[in-house]
Design a protein around this ligand. Structure first.
Ligand SMILES: [Zn+2]
Length: 111
């Protein structure tokens, strides 16, 4: 599946997202701030793997969210690499659980 198709599916299953004039608008899964991306190209947002692929996380929609590129990059650099979260595994688990919970709260069944 192309990245933008996956992004569309994530937006469709996130109640904060709606489409208007060729752009999806909704809330970043990480910082909860407003976010928008081009519905055709996907430009403007990143796909966040809540439980990262490097730790066995998959492409199931419940494990994916849309984020600002900066928020996604920050989590990827500061928390997801093993050598980073090994020092504070409880904090890391709390972050991942928080994101999973937020994704669940926003869940919307596709029409
Ligand atoms: Zn953000």
């Amino acid at each position: 599946m192309r990245t933008v198709e996956l992004m569309t599916r994530i937006a469709e299953t996130d109640v904060t997202f709606s489409i208007d004039d060729g752009r999806w608008r909704g809330k970043c899964l990480i910082c909860n701030g407003w976010l928008s991306f081009d519905a055709r190209t996907g430009f403007g947002a990143n796909i966040e793997h809540i439980y990262p692929r490097s730790l066995g996380g998959d492409n199931d929609l419940s494990n994916l969210g849309l984020t600002h590129p900066g928020c996604n990059g920050e989590k990827g650099r500061n928390w997801d690499p093993k050598r980073r979260h090994r020092g504070n595994p409880e904090r890391y688990r709390a972050i991942v659980e928080h994101l999973r919970q937020r994704r669940r709260e926003r869940w919307r069944e596709r029409a």
